[in-house]
Structure formats: C-alpha cells, structure tokens
Design a protein around this ligand. Sequence first.
Ligand code: 5GP
Length: 126
Amino acid sequence: MTYDYDDTNIFARILRGEIPNKTVLETDHTLAFEDIRPQAPVHVLVIPKGRYVSYDHFAREAGAEEIVDFVRTVGEVCRITGVALDGGQGCRTISNAGAHGVQEVPHMHVHVLGGRVLGRMLEPAD
Ligand code: 5GP
C-alpha cells in the first residue's frame, strides 16, 4: 500500500506561496503558521514541507533530517508562543489523520494549542 498525496490541498498551496499565511517560524524542512480559525489563544499549525499526508506517513517515510527539523520546530513554536513548560503553562499537540481522526486538510500537520486550560482531551463524537 502507498499513501496518496493531493497536491491541491490548502497547505500545499500555502507552501507554494499561492495563499498567504501568518508565519511563526520557517526552517529548511518545516513551516509553522497561525491557524485561520484559532480554537485557543495559541493555535499554531506545524507542517513539514515534504509531501506527507499524515503523521504515520511522515513517521514512516520522512528522512531523519526532516524529522529532527520538524520536532525541533514544534519545540521552538512552544518556546516562541510562551506555552513551553520552562516558564509557560503548557499546551496540547494534536495531529488528526483520516476519517476517524476528522482530518480536514490532507497534509501532515501538528496543532500546537495553548494559552488557556484546554479541557479533557476527547469529547464524545457528534
Ligand atoms: P485538521 O482538522 O485537518 O487537523 O485541521 C486543519 C486546520 O487547518 C483547521 O484547524 C483549520 O482551521 C486550518 N485551516 C484550514 N484552511 C486554512 C488556511 O487557509 N489557512 C490557515 N492558516 N489555516 C487553515
């Protein structure tokens, strides 16, 4: 089995510069930007620049350099936004995948959410 990546997805278009974004941090392999519909005072999306559909896809097929860059960028986003635990109040990192994960955009991303108490991790499905 292989992963199908759709080059028309909105994050691919952001990476190509076709749609503007509010960048928090950019590295060689990773882009972090503010979510357009924030669900908390801090709501940043961290995406690899490579063509990965989901976290499992990225974890299986990305190179070590991309993975280290991505994870370090998540850490930097936590520091920049003030939610890291070396002084901040914490956060939640989430990566939705596929139908059961209710993933809206089929390009691998991690949400960094914080700035308020976020409540329980999962609510019952609608
Ligand atoms: P998912 O449900 O796939 O995990 O989350 C996708 C996220 O992308 C949502 O939180 C949504 O608000 C955000 N999003 C969708 N379109 C855009 C866009 O054009 N720009 C930005 N910055 N965020 C977007």
